[in-house]
Design a protein around this ligand. Structure first.
Ligand code: DER
Length: 232
């Protein structure tokens, strides 16, 4: 499968280029699974000493399943590097994240690391946001406020939002690891994303949004021809 192979290529290259030991922030999603696999392999083969801090229940399970040392931000507040996926990146490494609903703790880990490194397959590498990712920008909201936040966003920034529903697995809306709801905001056009990120987070009821502006140090995109494209 060219997409899975592309994810693996990006993940392996990022771990090999950026992990020398110490405290590592582990992102969420399917690409980061390959990064944890590579990390576990290097711990086994090279005796690498790492402590892994998770960004979600999923990441925590991954760390435990691979027998890696589990840490947390209280014990390990300074991360050497955080490795995480993305839903889309523009040419300036502005990211949309949160497709998996873990954006809040992911952004915290990205902000605590000396280096924040993104790993993704070729479908995520765009020039402008919205070219390939069509599900909008995820926004984590306090459940009681989702409707008022929806209307505020529409008034201030235009575009429609949708409350993310669980689908077949569970009736009702998606509830995040932090006990909140997610609005997916379908924006229109290219914007000053730093301004949008700040505007969104100033709305009472918004916990965090999936725009990561000026945070990523480097991104590795696995390509369908087996190469890895790097952006920094
Ligand atoms: O939800 C997230 O932010 C994930 O990191 C997501 O953006 C990447 O998920 P994927 O690796 O499964 O594409």
């Amino acid at each position: 499968d060219p997409v899975e192979n592309a994810k693996r290529l990006a993940a392996f290259k990022a771990v090999d280029n950026h992990v020398v030991g110490g405290v590592i922030g582990i992102g969420s999603g399917s690409t980061v699974v390959y990064a944890v696999e590579r990390l576990a392999q290097r711990v086994k083969d090279e005796g690498l000493e790492v402590i892994c801090v998770p960004s979600s229940f999923q990441a925590k399970q991954l760390i435990i399943q691979h027998g890696l040392k589990l840490g947390d931000l209280e014990m390990n507040p300074n991360l050497k590097v955080t490795i995480d996926g993305a839903d889309e990146s523009d040419h300036m490494l502005t990211l949309i994240k949160g497709g998996g609903g873990c954006l809040t703790q992911e952004k915290i880990l990205a902000s605590c690391a000396e280096e924040f490194v993104v790993i993704a397959d070729y479908r995520k590498a765009s020039t402008h946001l919205g070219e390939q990712w069509s599900k909008g920008i995820p926004i984590e909201v306090i459940p009681s406020a989702y409707r008022v936040v929806y209307h505020k966003i529409e008034k201030m920034l235009g575009g429609k939002s949708e409350l993310r529903m669980s689908g077949s697995s569970k009736a009702g809306p998606v509830v995040t690891d932090n006990g909140n709801f997610i609005l997916d905001w379908n924006f229109e056009g290219v914007k000053d994303w730093k301004e949008v990120e700040i505007t969104l987070n100033m709305i009472p009821g918004v916990v965090e949004n999936g725009l990561f502006v000026g945070m990523a140090r480097k991104a590795y995109f696995g390509m369908s021809d087996g190469s890895v494209m790097e952006r920094d």
